[in-house]
Design a protein around this ligand. Structure first.
Ligand code: NAG
Ligand code: NAG
Ligand code: NAG
Length: 307
């Protein structure tokens, strides 16, 4: 007979895998929302560098160099750039770690389909009510020893005093997709924990980002944090969002489903073992267009009619 403790353990360690990625580019593009243009707010990119302003296919991403530790994952992932704001000076706050988790694999019926791309979160959210935390889990907090203040502020705002360790954000992506039309996707959680008719369950992708605020803001803060996302207002994290374009090689995307029943599975594949950074260096493939400068990106958004 199972004890309560082992049952809880089984629940909290449901089959998963994780890949760490390094940032390789900061740029005012969004190939999903504004394909072909340089009019987006600033994003920070992780994963395959076969990415320009145009929406790539899975096969095109696989021509690139990955900035992550798994040579079988040529996906690209991005999020709005996080800045330390000091007067007019906007400095990117880099993550200590950017990790993509693939969870609830026990429940997955299919691997990520070819050419799947998805957005999670609400880039225009201005308040906690716009966030849908019940579906995407978007939360900001100080990891490690805190301080813990999530109960005295909205959970998608930002901590009101300096983090002892890192400023962490998590964001969950949709986990149901129509395999015959991959632009149709949804959260099982929005549908009684089942996929809507015509959709299949896939692994549940979740970003876990630990921003190194101690390094970026040595003096720390008390009250409204001097921190801003490229998409939103000073001191709040509501507009945080994530983008994913599937670049997993087919063999490894299938191997991922074997994580069923195990707590953690490293995803090896035809392109190497799942813990091998590549020798190539991921970089911007279109360096003469667009910008990595915050103030220039605002001008380009205005010119493009998106400010
Ligand atoms: C902007 O801030 C960064 C980080 O605090 C600092 O290294 C840099 O010198 C500042 N630039 C200007 C022009 O003040
Ligand atoms: C996203 O945020 C906007 C506020 O700008 C809000 O009107 C909209 O309802 C939000 N979307 C969702 C799905 O909550
Ligand atoms: C990007 O830059 C290159 C080199 O300067 C230029 O030839 C090309 O036309 C530019 N593309 C766009 C879309 O502006």
């Amino acid at each position: 007979m199972r004890t309560l403790a082992t049952t809880l353990l089984a629940v909290s360690t449901s089959a998963l895998t994780v890949v760490e990625h390094k940032p390789f580019m900061r740029k005012n593009i969004d190939p999903i929302v504004f394909p072909g243009q340089y009019v987006s707010h600033m994003h920070s990119f992780y994963g395959s560098d076969a990415l320009t302003k145009d929406l790539p296919t899975t096969a095109q991403l696989q021509q690139g160099c990955p900035s992550g530790e798994n040579p079988n994952d040529l996906s690209v992932y991005w999020a709005p750039t996080l800045y330390y704001v000091n007067g007019n000076n906007y400095t990117e706050i880099y993550p200590a770690t950017f990790k993509t988790y693939y969870e609830n694999i026990d429940r997955a019926e299919i691997p990520f389909p070819k050419d799947l791309y998805m957005v999670a979160g609400n880039a225009s959210a201005k308040s906690q009510a716009d966030v849908q935390e019940n579906l995407n889990m978007l939360t900001w907090w100080c990891d490690g020893n805190g301080p813990e203040d999530r109960n005295i502020r909205p959970r998608a705002a930002l901590p009101l005093s300096t983090c002892t360790a890192h400023l962490q954000a998590i964001l969950r992506f949709p986990d149901c997709v129509n395999p015959n039309k991959v632009t149709e996707y949804a959260y099982a959680a929005a549908n009684g924990n089942k996929c809507p008719a015509g959709m299949k369950r896939m692994p549940s992708l979740r970003f876990s980002i630990r921003y190194d605020t101690r390094r970026a803001i040595p003096k720390g803060w008390k009250g409204v944090p001097p921190i801003k996302l490229a998409c939103g207002d000073l001191g709040v994290g509501y507009c945080f969002h994530g983008d994913f374009i599937n670049g997993w090689y087919e063999d490894s995307a299938k191997t991922m489903l074997q994580a069923k029943g195990q707590s953690f599975l490293r995803i090896d594949g035809a392109h190497g073992n799942g813990k091998t950074y590549s020798k190539c260096k991921a970089k911007d493939q279109d360096p003469s267009n667009g910008t990595s400068d915050y103030h220039k990106s605002l001008e380009m958004m205005k010119q493009g009619g998106h400010a």
